[in-house]
Design a protein around this ligand. Sequence first.
Ligand SMILES: Nc1ncnc2c1ncn2[C@@H]1O[C@H](COP(=O)(O)OP(=O)(O)OP(=O)(O)O)[C@@H](O)[C@H]1O
Ligand SMILES: [Mg+2]
Length: 173
Amino acid sequence: MTEPLLPAAQTPHVLDFISHSQAQTERIGMRLGQLLRAGDLVLLSGPLGAGKTHLIKGIARGLGYDGPVTSPTFVLINEYRADAAHGRLPIYHVDLYRVSDVTELATIGLEEIWLADGVCLVEWPERAAAALPPENLQIALSYVSETKRRLRLMPRGARYQALLATFKEATFG
Ligand SMILES: Nc1ncnc2c1ncn2[C@@H]1O[C@H](COP(=O)(O)OP(=O)(O)OP(=O)(O)O)[C@@H](O)[C@H]1O
Ligand SMILES: [Mg+2]
């Protein structure tokens, strides 16, 4: 008998741990970024100040991008560029905090971004839950103390389960 399908949050693939500093969060992001490839979608949820942007900064560093990483404000999307070793992939850093209505997404062309040949990193994905592709890596960040954050990585779909397995191996042995 085959096992019944479970939502990602109930599968053994979930990875849950504490980051003890901003620097550690960035290092974790860097490890993850090194494994990303064109078409990957990472959703980062958690309250204001949870560390989403710092984790994305690490991810961008892992892809060889050295420039500034800040939450996109008025434009909603920042575009960075991976280095040659990572195929000079476009890195799309999206922040949906200010989006109040899913119909707004059409006007910023977000769907084209998901279909494009880059890595897409989304803060505040819950603002667009209905419009998001179902396969992605969700990372939920939460506040533990002034310097500590809990990170919960939840893969949805085979690509992201494989990605998380590789990440686990590379990071924790
Ligand atoms: N372990 C940690 N990991 C990440 N950030 C931390 C940690 N400890 C403290 N911090 C601090 O928490 C803040 C996180 O800010 P950041 O902009 O990354 O949050 P955010 O989740 O993107 O918030 P927003 O929703 O406002 O964009 C920074 O000031 C950072 O220095
Ligand atoms: Mg942010």
